[in-house]
Write a protein that binds this ligand. Structure first.
Ligand code: KG4
Ligand code: ZN
Length: 358
């Protein structure tokens, strides 16, 4: 596709975890006038490098980003039929994520911004995930909304007054929901990434076969925990004695464990979503992150939203998982004059409302 307004073309870069991604996005003119349009979006997944470890290995991720970043940037420009000289700004996610991985994306972004003498816009990956709902529903008002990011690295609720004003409400105190899927999948011998494999195994299972815990149920705080659930699955498999060998499961036992685990994760997330909606009074719910691919979660959140008369926004899968189209959030940032200096840095953790944003 040819770029029709090269003066408002943005190149976005994502390298927060285990996907190296770049996208060319065209913004409205002026930047506040509408929803940006994604012209190309390229993602290089590292799943094959990490699967034998059952999770993301940070050093391997950083090295793979360093290898892939330039070909991915070239490919995004090629598919958009745009030259570097036509770019108006560079966007990059600088938090939260793996530090070594983030540094690769930020370094590439700084080099391009400096060489081309165009603005550098840094953004929060989680705000980007939620802004993907605006990309997916360009004709809808998404904000103010309750934002929920459920991925391999995050399970976090935000009160989002606007794309750039996301106040952290709470989330998991240990493992993220996707991480729990991945770890339990490894326990069950299913493979990585665990979410789709557990979902498939759960089809034939009874979700009430095992009474797994729902963390913080009945607690008014917006908190979740999945590490105890993972241990509960382990104990259901071979008891609390760590010296006992893992049993060989029948297909029916495997299906029941997968279904009961999946139901426990989804129940806990849906219960906290209900609480967060009740506590904030917000009547829109925006979802992001790879776990949003889970059909049971989607169905239960849809039923909750119907029941509470809340508008639910779930982007298509390619926009839920990590990708650089999330960098479209740079357009509202540009409109607000939020441009970063070339000496800015990355941050591994969430930026909480009580901490300064760059
Ligand atoms: O957002 P994402 O692509 O990457 C980050 O973690 O940032 O999410 C990947 C996570 C993995 O933990 C994967 O197991 C989980 O999303 N996931 C799922 C499903 N598909 C992917 N979890 C549950 N059900 C699924 N269908
Ligand atoms: Zn993500």
């Amino acid at each position: 596709m040819a770029v029709d307004d090269p003066n408002h073309a943005l190149l976005a870069i994502e390298s927060t975890c285990d996907e190296t991604a770049a996208a060319v996005i065209l913004g409205p003119r002026p930047p506040s006038a509408g929803t940006p349009r994604v012209v190309s979006s390229v993602v290089a997944s590292q799943v094959s490098l990490h699967e034998r470890f059952g999770g993301v290995v940070p050093e391997i991720a950083s090295r793979a980003h360093a290898r892939q970043i330039l070909p991915i940037l070239d490919e995004a420009l090629r598919r958009a039929e745009i030259r570097l000289d036509d770019l108006h700004a560079i966007a990059v996610a600088t938090r939260p994520g793996l530090v070594g991985a983030l540094v690769v994306g930020l370094t590439a972004a700084k080099c391009l911004a400096a060489a081309l003498q165009i603005p550098l816009v840094t953004y929060d990956h989680l705000e980007g995930h939620l802004y993907a709902c605006q990309l997916a529903y360009p004709d809808h008002a998404i904000y103010p909304c309750l934002g929920l990011v459920v991925s391999g690295g995050h399970t976090s609720f935000f009160r989002c007054e606007s794309p750039l004003a996301a106040a952290f409400l709470g989330g998991t105190i240990d493992d993220a929901a996707g991480e729990a899927f991945d770890k339990v999948s490894a326990l069950l011998g299913l493979g990585y990434p665990g979410g789709p494999l557990i979902e498939r195994a759960a089809h034939a299972g009874n979700p009430r076969a095992f009474a797994f815990p729902r963390s913080f149920s009945g607690d008014e705080r917006i908190l979740l925990s999945f590490s105890g659930l993972k241990t509960a699955v382990l104990y259901a498999l071979r008891g609390p004695n760590a010296t006992m060998p893992m049993p060989t499961l029948s297909p029916a036992q495997l299906a029941d464990l997968a279904a009961s685990f999946q139901m426990a994760v989804v129940d806990a997330i849906v219960a906290k979503t209900r609480q967060a909606l009740e506590q904030t009074g917000l009547d829109r719910l925006a979802l992001g992150g790879g776990v949003a691919a889970n059909t049971l979660l989607r169905d239960k959140l849809t039923a909750l939203a119907d029941h509470m008369r809340v508008e639910l926004f779930i982007p298509p899968l390619a926009l839920c998982t990590d990708n650089a189209a999330l960098g479209a959030i740079a357009f509202p940032k540009l409109a607000a004059g939020q441009v970063s200096d070339l000496d800015c840095d990355v941050a591994a953790g969430l930026v909480r409302p009580d901490r300064k944003r760059s």
